[in-house]
Design a protein around this ligand. Sequence first.
Ligand SMILES: Nc1ncnc2c1ncn2[C@@H]1O[C@H](COP(=O)(O)OP(=O)(O)OP(=O)(O)O)[C@@H](O)[C@H]1O
Ligand SMILES: [Mg+2]
Length: 343
Amino acid sequence: MNMESNMEIDSKAEVNTAAAIMVGSRTDNKADIWVEKYRPSNTDEIIAHEEIIQVLNRLIEGDKLPHLLFHGPPGTGKTTTILACAKKMYGQHYQSMTLELNASDDRGIDVVRDQIKEFAGTMKLFSTGIKLIILDEADAMTSDAQAALRRVIEQYTKNTRFCMICNYVNKITPALQSRCTRFRFAPLKPEQIIGRLNDIIVAEHVNATECGRKALLSLAGGDMRRVLNLLQTTQMAYPEVNEETVYLTAGAAMPNVIKHLLSVLLNSSFNESYDILLKTITDYGYALCDIITEISILIVDITLPNAVLAYIVDKLSTIEHRLSHGVNEKLQIGALGTYTFTR
Ligand SMILES: Nc1ncnc2c1ncn2[C@@H]1O[C@H](COP(=O)(O)OP(=O)(O)OP(=O)(O)O)[C@@H](O)[C@H]1O
Ligand SMILES: [Mg+2]
């Protein structure tokens, strides 16, 4: 989609859809990427995490914000939430009162010593109140830098609050964890995503079918960023966002193909299973590990004796493990065929 048509759509959406108001009227032409265009700028717009937002709002209103540690899987709103909180706390002084460092900045021990200390240690002439230092992707910080932070956090608690954000909380040293209030951002549930997804579909005039929306939700696995990226890429590549085009864009295996493969594995001979598996993988260009993942989801819904199910899942996990070590995929297709399944 070129810039002009995008601008046209933006202005249409602004004028006539309630949905555009729901997701905020966005006129920013730079924001071609929907993930950024529809990044909530205030806490009311953030979906799910109601309890976290409520607690944070109360802490902000009571001027009692502690040091924070947000953790959880990608695309669940951690960065969005702290940026919205910062805007709420500082309004137009937001830029001068916040220092945001992420993994793309050098955050070795020198930065902690110099940049963070300098920002935390200086008083602003006209603004009172505490400053905010956001350390995004903090799990990528070196352990030396984390150790240096311990003392810095204590030293500047009087006028500074830290917010650390990470995907893997166990990569943050226990000493830092104990200095922060932890909030876990769980993957978003399909029923939480669907409302906002529908609003964005209306605002952007996307031609999306019901199955297409379901496919987006199931492929995203609770990651709102993935939902929006997949929606935008699919609508740019195809005239309609339906189940097939979404799966094609994502390069994921279609559920009906997987169902067929599973039934072949359960009912056919080794030779037949091997041939069909190989043909499907070559024709569609799927990766075997994706097929294994999908099969493992489907297989638990089939009524099988527990021992058989346990055996199959164990074997699937062995193949997945081997694949993760970069083994020959053809051999592993054979291995999958040999487990046709335990008959
Ligand atoms: N809870 C949410 N409500 C509304 N939009 C969301 C939410 N979570 C994510 N999004 C959308 O997904 C995009 C990415 O969110 P964000 O950057 O906050 O993810 P994150 O949790 O920081 O992920 P990462 O761990 O990868 O940094 C946002 O721009 C927004 O469009
Ligand atoms: Mg983030």
